[in-house]
Design a protein around this ligand. Structure first.
Ligand code: FES
Length: 350
């Protein structure tokens, strides 16, 4: 059964299946609704329901509290219609962001390689072109042996939007995780066919001005930032300075160091700061590496030492939530306004 979703105040109407989320129906119809995680935890997609019955789905109790349910709020990424529904949503798409309707894609694994400890690079050749904004992510359909229905897992795109048929992903293994331990790190192989949908998310480089962009990534949180950096410089899409802080415990936890150094050599406006929290300059030198090629300490410590003030900059933070929270505090302590700080949290899968 299909129901009509009316999105006020613009009055757009979208058809939605009874087993489809309101967000999915809207994104596929090119009606961009605010969202981030797409699985009921971040509350970015919370809207007012003006009319109609819905199934609230798997909205977590902290993202959508009881009193909000009573007030008729819903999370569009979880709610499914039970009759025609009217919602009121803020559709102000950032003007730096292009709206690309979500679509389904099939692709072939062309690269699957180890790039750092417990981390793989996956490159997929798509069956056709895709449009996305640097920083957005895709949702993979993961085949699971024990269940009939595939499960969804999301990974950020690490390649720039100019590469329209080849998408790169950086994937960290989570022990026991069904998408990583049970699939990417277990049975997935070069030549395999994979299915995914996208693009999703609003963690996007704001290309409309030339503010100094401070990018902070922990672990594979570097992926969307790599897309942004390459888009900014290789495609000439950004006028300002960009500094990338990439955090890892040791050199074995960092990846693409040489690629970022090459970009740094090529583009004056780009600074790359690989940060090691568990290694010392002495250890790096003992291995014959140049100790000056790294910064030492947590990314937050390094940023604090590098900058007294960051007024007028923008921050883009991506990685595990504790790192993102810590980096947010650091940037605010250096006088960045919260409205100029954008975050993408990578939650471990279960
Ligand atoms: Fe819906 Fe995060 S809760 S997008």
């Amino acid at each position: 059964t299909k129901y009509t979703i009316t999105v006020e105040p613009v009055g757009r109407e979208v058809q939605c299946d009874e087993d489809q989320t309101i967000l999915d129906a809207c994104l596929r119809a090119g009606v961009w609704l605010p969202h981030s995680c797409t699985h009921g935890t971040c509350a970015t997609c919370k809207v007012d329901k003006l009319d109609g019955e819905v199934d609230l789905g798997e909205a977590s109790t902290f993202a959508l509290m009881d009193f909000e349910r009573d007030e008729g709020k819903l999370l569009t990424c979880c709610a499914k219609p039970r009759e025609d529904v009217t919602i009121e949503a803020d559709l102000d798409v950032d003007e730096d962001m292009e709206v690309f309707p979500v679509e389904d894609y099939t692709g072939t694994v062309v690269v699957l390689e180890d790039i750092a400890q417990d981390t793989k690079r996956l490159v997929v050749e798509l069956d056709r072109e895709i449009g996305f904004n640097a920083g957005q992510y895709m949702k993979f359909s993961v085949p699971v042996a024990e269940a009939d229905e595939p499960i969804d897992r999301t990974w950020s795109i690490g390649s720039p939007p100019g590469e329209t048929t080849r998408l790169e992903f950086h994937i960290r293994n989570v022990p026991g995780g069904r998408g990583t331990d049970g699939w990417v790190f277990k049975s997935l192989a070069k030549g395999d066919e994979v299915r995914m949908s996208g693009p999703y998310g609003r963690f996007v480089l704001k290309t409309g001005d030339d503010k100094h962009a401070i990018l902070v990534g922990g672990g594979t949180g570097v992926a969307p930032l790599k897309s942004m950096v390459r888009h900014a410089f290789e495609a000439g899409e950004y006028e300002g300075e960009i500094t990338l802080y990439a955090g890892g415990r040791t050199r074995a936890h960092l990846y693409d160091v040489e690629a970022f150094r090459a970009l740094e050599d090529e583009y004056d406006e780009f600074t790359y700061r690989p940060c090691l929290s568990d290694e010392t300059p002495e250890q790096v030198a003992a291995d014959g590496d140049d100790p000056d090629g790294y910064a030492y300490g947590m990314v937050t410590t390094v940023i604090e030492a590098d900058h007294e003030r960051l007024i007028g900059c923008r921050g883009y933070l991506c990685g595990p939530p504790p790192m993102v929270d810590a980096a947010l505090k650091t940037l605010m302590s250096r006088r960045l306004f919260p409205r100029d700080i954008f975050r993408e949290d990578f939650f471990d899968e279960s």
